[in-house]
Design a protein around this ligand. Sequence first.
Ligand code: HEM
Length: 482
Amino acid sequence: MEKVEWDDVQRLVLSGYPKLPFSAYVFWHFVPGEIGVAKKWLRRLSDRLTRATASGGQQAINLALTAHGLEHLRVSEKVLNDFSLEFLEGMAPKPTAETKFPRRSNVLGDTGDSSPEFWEWGGWKESQSIDGMLLLYAADETKLRSFVDAEIEAMGDVAAPAVRRNGKPLIIGGRIYDDRKEHFGFTDGISQPLIEGSPRTTRNGRKRTSDNDHNKRLTPEERRILLVKPGEFVLGYKNERRSSIFDVSGVKAEGSVDIRHNGTYLVFRQLEQDVPAFNEFVAKTAERVYGRTDEPAQEMIASQLVGRTRQGHPLVPIERRAGASPRNDFLYHFEDRFGMACPIGAHIRRANPRDTIGPDADTALRLSKMHRIIRRGRPYGERLSEDGANGEAARGMSFIALNADIAGQFEMIQHSWLNNTHFGGLYAGTDPLGHFSCPGDVASIQDRPNNHHIDRSRPFVRVRGGAYFFLPGIEAVRALAR
Ligand code: HEM
């Protein structure tokens, strides 16, 4: 088994920092000036970055850079060109005379209200570029606030927080609530790929707490379903195609560092959620499908849109052990091929079809492992109150995905599965939690004697901004600082 140099990898790859539930994403740009001073700041920052092998602590810090940020640091064109096209191009390349609607926005389905034309940041109207992002995590709100202030102060004259179109600083929050629920009311962060050979962070035999706990003793079935080769998430290692995104042999010769080594790509999307509209849709659909709007009927519909109950239990028929955390060792092909339990178009079935999209179940499972992402997103904004009085307040998901190949992983999932009206043999409809919809969009629920197709004329999610980043290894940050 290939050994990853975990000590050189930033911790976000292995952990969503569940014990540090308060976070802030500080987007910044370099201030024109002496490059040497900028490099000094970066060098000092590299000493503070939280490594994958670190444990505990009251706070954590990780750093991600955009292609523009790398350019500013004088990375040569030759080296830059080793990065993927989508990273270099960015999430929302501006339209030109030839391409009025750039291909990348088309691929992502960033159209209509979610078009980069209307983004609060990172979109087409921005004159200022984003060079990087600090990901700051703390145990409580007060600690987070002083952490953010200290890091901004440490930027000195070298860098400054970017601003939104409305002139406000571009610092987006993130919060894991005690019940781990996102704004639509579902437990999140359950299903993650497990990286083969990732370090044991706890002692053998300790009760497993979540799928992020790499120490758990996996059953053969769990290994088969969940383990994914490191190269899908860390550059420089073998992936599920048994090749590496780049050939690392020799790249570190003569003291030179390949700055991609031990790094990964980070996708950030600010996804605003219209919770009142989602709740209204759930109630309306319960009435349509079950002829009633009581809580059990609404809960059933809500879970059919996601593919898990609000508590996180999968809808596919699999034994639910009393008091145990939600299971993730399930498949669809033999258990629920026709979507009678978990609708084919449900969010989690689209986002990770497991063993369903391919010539046979085994091949399909192998193929789906080539299109996994590690999700590190968290809700931002205050929760909708019981009386709905704060319904107008902005809230959503600070969506973060990590992957070695943005086009083959994040973009593939978004384009070919979530936004696909013909996903899994369906003939209409897109992801019920997605930002993209098309004329005649429906949510489909398979049932006997007939299926239900419920109009979903507009999405409950809207993209407000986003960018592609690179999350470098620690040595790479030091090399950039030289
Ligand atoms: C506001 C938008 C979104 C919300 C509220 C949301 C919510 C959820 C929830 C509740 C789950 C189930 C819990 C879990 O397995 O951890 C889930 C799973 C997942 N989501 Fe999302 N999600 C959103 C956007 C996205 C996007 C944009 C993508 C990818 C492009 C995505 C990819 C996934 C994946 C891969 C899974 C795990 C599926 C599995 O392995 O079974 N999600 N999401």
